[in-house]
Design a protein around this ligand. Structure first.
Ligand SMILES: *[C@@H]1O[C@H](CO)[C@@H](O)[C@H](O)[C@H]1NC(C)=O
Ligand SMILES: *[C@@H]1O[C@H](CO)[C@@H](O)[C@H](O)[C@H]1NC(C)=O
Ligand SMILES: *[C@@H]1O[C@H](CO)[C@@H](O)[C@H](O)[C@H]1NC(C)=O
Ligand SMILES: *[C@@H]1O[C@H](CO)[C@@H](O)[C@H](O)[C@H]1NC(C)=O
Length: 311
């Protein structure tokens, strides 16, 4: 079973180079892209996020599309995602655009119309079957569409991360007078981020995917492995310890790096990634130590625009 699924995936990936945006997969012989979205959302927010890139929550029109999409579910690490199948008040199931289903792949006993809350559907990652479910659990999801537009929508020099629809800026090593490296306090970081954009703050981290994205952004190749977090780390907006803390942008403390040191005192933290030294972690900073870098985060222009019009 597993080798077969890997094989089909390899074949799909080999032909998916098409015109789909990076991170999405082209359904062979169909002009449709599938975007697996690992950032868990309520169904309504998944709908909104798919619409924003010009798609919809996954429309599955035939057995071939179902097989292709189920082969992508490995990206969710066993968590079942929402698909774009919705139950109407008259108990009809339709696609997210309201059109009638042309294909169905319900698991045995599904859809369960007895439930007063099952108005959404997920795909079982093991079988590719559909299961009715409530719409107010947060789940990963998939978007499908023909002309998906994931234009980065960030200010110049900022990096876009789809999982959060946010932009990140690494204030990299800077030098004054040609050769003397600059160092920053955490407050310098907050202030500099706000100067770059009034919507920005030091980055806050809320998922493994976002954490990995930031590890890539701060990655450095340091010549010696007597690494000091001050030399290789970049401030993030976290104040606290492994159990408790605050983010400078006011977002909730709902994630810590799995390898965080279990230290009881409250500190400010940097994120570091030096692959050559196997040094990939959040590190706490003593009061008198200042790293040379920091990471700012702000909503994408797209999201700022949507927030302005109140969507
Ligand atoms: C995937 O799930 C496994 C088992 O629960 C876990 O060990 C691993 O950290 C997860 N990976 C990610 C990227 O979430
Ligand atoms: C739904 O309710 C009916 C009637 O009470 C029952 O026969 C059926 O087994 C129920 N179905 C499920 C999936 O719970
Ligand atoms: C930051 O600077 C380091 C060292 O000069 C460089 O290797 C790295 O690519 C830079 N990172 C970015 C995102 O520009
Ligand atoms: C987080 O902020 C709250 C409210 O300002 C404060 O009471 C608490 O001590 C802070 N936690 C840490 C670990 O800094």
């Amino acid at each position: 079973m597993i080798p077969f699924r890997l094989l089909t995936l390899t074949l799909f990936v080999a032909v998916s180079a098409g015109s789909c945006p990076e991170g999405s997969y082209s359904i062979p012989n169909e002009n449709i892209c599938v975007f697996p979205m690992p950032d868990s959302q309520y169904y309504i927010d998944a709908v909104r996020r798919c619409l924003k890139i010009g798609g919809m929550t996954a429309k599955i029109a035939n057995v071939f599309e179902n097989g292709f999409i189920s082969s992508l579910l490995f990206t969710f690490n066993g968590t079942a995602p929402y698909i774009g199948i919705e139950r109407k008040s008259d108990n009809r199931w339709v696609y997210a655009d309201g059109s009638p289903l042309t294909y169905q792949n319900w698991a045995t006993g599904e859809p369960n119309l007895n439930s007063s809350t099952n108005f959404c559907a997920l795909m079982d990652p093991g079988t590719g079957k559909w299961v009715s479910t409530d719409c107010f659990s947060t789940r990963p999801y998939l978007c499908t569409g023909k002309d998906l537009d994931v234009s980065t929508d960030c200010l110049d020099g900022w990096s876009y991360f789809r999982g959060t629809d946010s932009c990140y800026y690494l204030w990299n090593f800077t030098y004054v007078n040609g050769n003397s490296q600059s160092y920053y306090t955490w407050d310098d970081g907050v202030r500099n981020c706000k100067e770059l954009s009034s919507s920005a703050n030091l980055a806050s981290i809320h998922s493994m995917a976002e954490n990995d994205f930031l590890y890539d952004l701060v990655q450095t190749y340091y010549p010696t492995c007597s690494t000091l977090a001050t030399d290789v780390g970049a401030w993030i907006g976290f104040t606290g310890n492994y159990k408790n803390g605050n983010w400078s942008d006011g977002s909730p403390f709902d994630f810590v790096d799995p390898n965080i040191q279990e230290i009881d005192d409250s500190y400010r933290w940097v994120i570091s990634n030096v692959p050559a030294c196997n040094y990939r972690r959040w590190s706490w900073m003593q009061e008198n130590r200042f790293p040379a870098r920091f990471i700012c985060e702000m909503p994408s222009n797209h999201r700022l625009g949507l927030e302005k019009v109140g969507k």
